[in-house]
Design a binder for this molecule. Structure first.
Ligand code: SF4
Length: 435
């Protein structure tokens, strides 16, 4: 029997063959996939990129050339698809199509290429499906409703999920508490309910953070089922009544909060294309130096990061008002992550729901700061929807996929910002107009 799948109902996607993923992602392949590509007869001479199409995972930098790897290491090595000097996958043809797909059919491509931009995570009896907003068509909500792609997604799920898979345990609720699926879903539902009505996103996010903070502090040993539902109704009403209606009423973040926020920003503010990853140690050192400069808030943003140089201090200015379409984009992003369980648990290195949600909430000020950086570098003070979309693509390229965003250091930062009240202040500041 097919594993039940929960699909996001508000998201659209049909691949536009823009080849963005073929340039931006490093694809590790299994031994079986490597053997299949070898049987198909691909070599540097017939692969469109004109390079050896499969190389050891660490190969390709100016410091580790594939041909110098010792034979013993090669046998143990993990492998990845290679990239041409212009950053394109070795199999990407000039017409934007994949040569493996074109010559041998889609089913023979590596699984990671076939699955993107979908992501599967365990639910009670099956799996939830999320999408990655690093794909520009996901961000733009382009194409058919995802629910119309159900047959294709079911085929992918069959290949992704282990044989005999029957669902998983719920992620932990908080650091100290765990609940069953029914209560976990009640709490997740209360967070989702904040984003179901059209309107300004920032106040909705502030209400959800308020609810998550109360959940984080409460003891659920004696509250479950219907009583938990009543508790969540009370908390949701309190959030609507107690929080300031005007974003200008929030204090600015503390100095410690600013510092921690810039440290988090440094984790997201670099574009790790496959070409950059293959560039060796120097670009990586440049990024570390860039990150240090961001945290120190001195002078101009350094080169080699996300966008051109702008004064670091200007990144802390209010980024509002949001351009038309941005509220809908952020609400859809958060709902797809919540519905698809792509913010905690197995998707996020085991983070519990509350910490995972605080980290998800932090992506809002991070994304708007990146968008503001892009606009300032372009000589503009006002954000466009394109600034926000490109910034969100970068945020979701890293969020949950870059170890820097799921590690204990980032988790401490997230908890520090939330515990000191700086998370709410950063959210309010990013969305309000200057002044
Ligand atoms: S980035 Fe998205 S739209 Fe572009 S080729 Fe990849 S999956 Fe298709």
């Amino acid at each position: 029997m097919a594993v039940p799948l929960q699909l996001p109902t508000i998201q659209h996607w049909t691949c536009r063959s823009c080849a963005g993923c073929c340039r931006e992602h490093q694809i590790e392949i299994t031994d079986e996939e490597r053997d299949r590509l070898a049987e198909q007869g691909w070599t540097a001479a017939n692969a469109p990129g004109g390079v050896e199409p499969v190389v050891p995972l660490g190969a390709g930098s100016r410091f580790v050339s594939a041909k110098w790897l010792p034979a013993a290491f090669k046998r143990r090595a993990r492998f990845r698809l290679n990239h041409a000097p212009d950053g394109a996958c070795a199999f990407l043809r000039p017409d934007g199509l994949c040569a493996v797909h074109k010559e041998f059919g889609e089913a023979t491509k590596p699984l990671a290429c076939r699955v993107y931009p979908y992501a599967f995570h365990p639910s009670k009896k099956g799996a939830t499906v999320s999408l990655r907003f690093s794909c520009p068509t996901v961000t733009a909500n382009g194409g058919a409703a995802v629910t119309e792609n159900a047959a294709e997604i079911r085929t992918l799920a069959h290949d992704v999920l282990p044989a005999g898979y029957k669902g998983g345990e719920p992620p932990r609720l908080s650091r100290s508490q765990a609940v069953g699926w029914a209560d976990f879903d009640r709490i997740r539902g209360a967070l989702t309910a904040c984003f179901t009505e059209a309107g300004p996103f920032a106040p909705a996010l502030l209400r959800a953070v308020y609810i998550a903070a109360l959940v984080d502090r409460s003891d659920f040993a004696a509250i479950s089922g219907r009583r938990l539902g009543e508790f969540l109704d009370l908390v949701s009403n309190a959030a609507a009544e107690e929080l300031p209606a005007d974003l200008q009423e929030y204090d600015p973040p503390t100095r410690a909060g600013e510092l921690a926020f810039r440290g988090a920003l440094a984790k997201y503010a670099h574009k790790d294309t496959a070409a950059a990853a293959a560039g060796g140690l120097l670009p990586r050192l440049r990024r570390v130096w860039g990150a240090t400069k961001l945290v120190s808030a001195a002078g101009l943003t350094p080169p080699g990061l996300w966008a051109g140089p702008v004064p670091v201090a200007r990144l802390a200015e209010a980024a509002g008002p949001l351009p038309p379409g941005a509220d809908e984009l952020f609400a859809r992003f958060v709902r797809v992550k919540l519905d698809g369980l792509a913010f905690c648990g197995p998707a996020f290195d085991g983070w519990p729901l509350t910490d995972g949600f605080f980290a998800l909430a932090l992506t809002f000020p991070l994304t708007l700061t990146l968008a503001r950086w892009r606009a300032l570098a372009d000589g503009r003070d006002r954000l466009t929807l394109e600034d926000v979309r490109e910034a969100l693509r970068l945020t979701d390229h890293h969020h949950g996929y870059d170890p820097g965003t799921t590690g204990s250091n980032h988790r401490r930062t997230v908890r520090q910002l939330q515990g000191a009240g700086d998370l709410a202040k950063l959210i309010a500041r990013s969305a309000r107009p200057p002044g």
